[in-house]
Design a protein around this ligand. Sequence first.
Ligand SMILES: CC(=O)N[C@H]1[C@@H](OP(=O)(O)OP(=O)(O)OC[C@H]2O[C@@H](n3ccc(=O)[nH]c3=O)[C@H](O)[C@@H]2O)O[C@H](CO)[C@@H](O)[C@@H]1O[C@H](C)C(=O)N[C@@H](C)C(=O)N[C@H](CCC(=O)O)C(=O)O
Ligand SMILES: Nc1ncnc2c1ncn2[C@@H]1O[C@H](COP(=O)(O)OP(=O)(O)OP(=O)(O)O)[C@@H](O)[C@H]1O
Ligand SMILES: N[C@H](CCC[C@H](N)C(=O)O)C(=O)O
Ligand SMILES: [Mg+2]
Length: 484
Amino acid sequence: MLLKDLLYKVSLEAVAGSTDQDIRSITFDSRRVEPGSLFIAIPGTQVDGHAFIPKAIESGASAILCETMPEVLQDGVTYIQTADAARAMGFAAANFHGQPSSKLQLVGVTGTNGKTTTVTLLFRLFRALGHRCGLISTVQNQIEDEVIPSTHTTPDSLSLNALLAQMVNRGCTHVFMEVSSHAVVQERIAGLQFAGGIFTNITHDHLDFHKTFDAYIKAKKGFFDQLPKQAFALVNVDDPRGRVMVQNTVARRETYSLETGASFRGRLLSDSIFGLEMEIDSQQVHFQLIGNFNAYNLLGVYGAACLLGEEPGEVLTQLSGLQPPPGRFEQVISPEHIVGIVDYAHTPDALKNVLETISELRQGNEQIITVVGCGGNRDATKRPEMAKIACQYADRVILTSDNPRNEDPLAILADMEKGIPAQTAAVVEILPDRHEAIRRAVLLAQSHDVILVAGKGHETYQEVKGVKNHFDDREELRLAFSGH
Ligand SMILES: CC(=O)N[C@H]1[C@@H](OP(=O)(O)OP(=O)(O)OC[C@H]2O[C@@H](n3ccc(=O)[nH]c3=O)[C@H](O)[C@@H]2O)O[C@H](CO)[C@@H](O)[C@@H]1O[C@H](C)C(=O)N[C@@H](C)C(=O)N[C@H](CCC(=O)O)C(=O)O
Ligand SMILES: Nc1ncnc2c1ncn2[C@@H]1O[C@H](COP(=O)(O)OP(=O)(O)OP(=O)(O)O)[C@@H](O)[C@H]1O
Ligand SMILES: N[C@H](CCC[C@H](N)C(=O)O)C(=O)O
Ligand SMILES: [Mg+2]
């Protein structure tokens, strides 16, 4: 593609050299430059991409898009200056791949919890309704039946547009994607044309990255601020920040609620280990998902499907048959009827919700045993909170490791320990090895007790110092239950 066509809608500050040359590939990583590449220099969280401009040219880059022009410009290379290289990359990526988002009904979902559940339900629902669909999520990306492993909740704009283009080529009409707060701030979604956006909720997470809760709210709101006029902005107004999210959007505002008047109003009638009973638009429906927080996810999905033009009755019929995504309240039952639950609760709010659900489902005096850890190189302020919540709801708590990354597992556990209430009735143990922690929980459990293994859900690895070692909570429970 000609460089000048690639720069359509990119706001330019200065250009040195010809924009009539053919660009064969685009990259923001100097290690991936090929002859004829456009290299985009992005100031990152670890290093500044501008430092790699010489390396990119050495590897054959014929054009450079950057925020600061190098002092010495090389002959034969075109330099383009822009105020925000990450944002410029979003538009260039969309141009390079033929604006795939404009050929799709693209729906983005943001919020602290419930994004994966919501997009996965939407993907499965729209397939059941007869549409060809794409999915972009934390657990996996998917084009119809083909599963493509995912590395991020929201991919970078180049990978994202390449994936969307593949979806268009495969005849997809609808794509459901998660929009993380990191993605908004890092402009991974710049240049995309959304048909709609959904806000689930906002609670404590990612303060390592956003620094303050206000900045985190602003990041999520940024998604709705950039929706186009013809899109819908569907928000959960039972969340105190629901209305703030859509304060400045030009998109059509729509709401959903379990408590108050809204465009989509639902009522939770009952929840049990067999699922949820809800009333939606005066219809009583049974759903397979467990946990009252899922009533919100289901209502958001219902609202979005109606806004996309689907017939409400048919939506409810199909939705009622759907299962949750992997690692979300996933049950592994032992031959002695010990109930293992693997859940991706890795935020204080999610942990509280899951433990509340388990407590409410308790029928007699079964024990609740919780195995939980917190990720390394991630928000440290949630660590004591999560330990505190575990102690409030469980009879026994085993604090352990969850992706220590480059931190000392014992230091993470020491942060968690600070949250153990002085007067807690819970018996707390600390076992840094997650394998040992799960075995210990199984050893302590008796028939009908519940073991919640929280934080990793679908993950199949434990990340230590840059290495991902195979680890799967569900597999660990199964092995421990079978005495191996
Ligand atoms: C903290 C964070 O979000 N980092 C993301 C960011 O990288 P960065 O800014 O740290 O990059 P950097 O290492 O400083 O490098 C700066 C620039 O120099 C370039 N470079 C670097 C070295 C070199 O030799 N040559 C070169 O050109 C890099 O390619 C980059 O363009 O931009 C990269 C490209 O998009 C991302 O892969 C990377 O995600 C890292 C791996 C990550 O762990 N991110 C997590 C926190 C994340 O994004 N999570 C969210 C939300 C999770 C959720 O709640 O669901 C997600 O959407 O997944
Ligand atoms: N609507 C909800 N409100 C509160 N908690 C929820 C909700 N939906 C799911 N959860 C809890 O949060 C956990 C994560 O859910 P899910 O994977 O759908 O969220 P996510 O927003 O995609 O998370 P991530 O930011 O890590 O991608 C679930 O395992 C469950 O414990
Ligand atoms: N998307 C989240 C997932 C956290 C999952 C948990 N297992 C951890 O590693 O902290 C993050 O990257 O912060
Ligand atoms: Mg997710």
